[in-house]
Design a protein around this ligand. Structure first.
Ligand code: KIV
Length: 272
């Protein structure tokens, strides 16, 4: 039997479901700007998430709540201009979809029309059923997000692991099945026990993407600033840092400052 993985020229929501069926893991990372998205896309990532984590890592807010729809559209259109292969999914920000299905549809349409994105992501289960349905009915692909949902941080009170208790785990399983039935093409599972991820993943035909959800998810997602070690104060157990860019960039910038101060930069060769 051949073990060769199928090559995808362009990732679509259908490719992701196909990958799950074939047992191919899905890679997903965040990006919020043109230059970063170009690098991430060229590295053959499957999905780029324009996450509302932009509120934290790009704008310096403590939570994801303050970022606006206009700001998400700005980030998403910068990413779209860079991408040739990846599927680009954009978070609907807090307040743009929870209260009213009509508003949810208007927000999703604005993202699709004004940024050129391929899909939207929303946080929550049964509470947002009508909004999800409305967006899907308009032909817009929707990704769900269950477990730790950062837009509800003030309800949870902490960023600790979710659904450890049976009642919360049962609701999560029910919500995941509901999202699949409605027509969502995938679900992010954030910070839940690995065994619960396994149960959910095995009971769905659409892919699950874990962040702190363990190895049984059908794919994994991380915030790019965390993976590259640009953030250094955030150290959850699930995070693997592939670089220490905070230090490396700091060293390079200090060297530049020294060179300018010592008139070592620019050299004769670096001028006209
Ligand atoms: O906003 C984001 O970056 C996310 C990921 C944590 C999944 O939703």
């Amino acid at each position: 039997m051949s073990t060769a993985k199928k090559e995808y020229k362009r990732i679509t929501v259908k490719s992701l479901v196909e990958m799950k069926k074939n047992g191919d893991k899905i890679s997903m990372l965040t990006a919020y700007d043109y230059s970063m998205a170009k690098i991430v896309d060229a590295a053959q990532i499957d999905v780029i998430l324009v996450g509302d984590s932009a509120s934290n890592v790009m704008a310096g807010h403590e939570t994801t709540l303050p970022i606006t729809l206009d700001q998400m559209i700005y980030h998403a259109s910068s990413v779209i201009r860079a991408v040739n292969r990846a599927l680009v999914v954009v978070d609907l920000p807090f307040g743009s979809y929870q209260s009213d299905p009509k508003k949810a549809l208007r927000s999703a349409i604005r993202i699709m029309k004004e940024s050129g994105a391929h899909a939207v992501k929303v946080e929550g289960g049964s509470e947002i059923k009508k909004s999800v349905k409305r967006i899907l009915n308009a032909g817009i692909p929707v990704m769900g997000h269950l477990g730790l949902t950062p837009q509800s941080i003030y309800k949870f009170g902490t960023y600790t692991v979710r659904a450890k208790k049976e009642d919360e785990a049962e609701k999560l399983i029910k919500d995941a099945k509901m999202l699949e039935k409605l027509g969502c093409f995938g679900i992010v599972l954030e910070k839940i026990p690995a065994q619960l991820t396994k149960t959910v993943s095995e009971s769905l035909s659409i892919p699950t993407i874990g962040i702190g959800g363990g190895k049984y998810a059908d794919g994994q997602v991380l915030v790019i600033h965390d993976l590259l070690g640009m953030t250094h104060e955030f150290n959850p157990r699930f995070l693997r840092r592939y670089m220490n860019l905070y230090e490396e960039m700091g060293t390079a910038i200090s060297q530049y400052v020294t060179d300018v101060k010592n008139t070592d930069f620019p050299s004769d060769e670096e001028q006209y």
